[in-house]
Design a binder for this molecule. Sequence first.
Ligand SMILES: C[S@@+](CC[C@H](N)C(=O)[O-])C[C@H]1O[C@@H](n2cnc3c(N)ncnc32)[C@H](O)[C@@H]1O
Length: 310
Amino acid sequence: MLLKEIKDIFHKELGDIYPKEEVDSFFYACIEHYLKLERFILAIQPGITLTKEEEQPLFEALSKLKLEKPLQYILGTAHFMDLELRVDENVLIPRPETEELVQWILDDCQKEERSKSDAERPPAARAGSRSVISTPLNDRSLQILDIGTGSGCIAIALAKHLTNAKVYALDVSQGALTVAKKNAESNKVDITFLKHDILDPELVLELDFDIIVSNPPYVRELEKEKIKRNVKDFEPATALFVSDEDPLLFYKAIMDFSKKHLKENGRLYFEINQYLGKETEALFKAHNFSEIELRKDIFGNDRMLKAIKK
Ligand SMILES: C[S@@+](CC[C@H](N)C(=O)[O-])C[C@H]1O[C@@H](n2cnc3c(N)ncnc32)[C@H](O)[C@@H]1O
């Protein structure tokens, strides 16, 4: 069959479910993934035909897309910052908002390194241009913990960019940890994975951290209706939902954990429920945390929070 005809079938079969641009992007992602064909192939070779064997995975993907299965689960891969990660139904598909959270941590670490390097340089050298950094960035070993690591996206991105940091990643789900470990291997970073329940009040680790980061479950049951079918039906419920009665449960548990395991002046970074920004901020204000900062994501929603332990 002509590749062009298969593209038309994608549009005919999926046109009622997804916008045209999304169907295009599904089609091109599938031909790239299964056949290693670039998206401009139809422009330069409009008459390209496929064998039955080559067509088969495209039609299989099409039937899963019709059931609204997310493309990342169909192909088994997702992109996060500059990383390629494998994903399956044991892990949440990494979101662009979470990239913003990681970028916030990287920016803060870079600023901190700059100011430490400045302070260590002799005054004469300090008077010069700020763009001259005598000490390489990231040369001090930071202890970092990612709680609820899922695919490992946050931990792996931090380990990749903060090359001398020691990164730990914790999850309660063995399925998620198996995926995250494979992702750490394929991205060539060294991460220590821990299987624990962060809600266990008895949890004690023989470790303390400079940075604790988490994108914990935060979607309330009452928000389920607003959530798209492809998320609700396919992504792991334990990664997403919390009860309406105690939606900040994970933030409280991580705050208690931080009282034991975050160093003084250590930093906490969270992804948060956009509807609970003020409540989450108030929780940290009421405890021993300072310099609490709420940040919006690119869509203008309250999405991230940082707090420093004093
Ligand atoms: C919203 S997902 C975040 C996954 C990943 N960090 C990301 O940003 O894409 C939350 C993660 O928390 C994990 N989780 C849920 N309950 C947990 C618990 N009690 N203790 C530790 N991890 C938990 C889930 O398995 C899931 O991987």
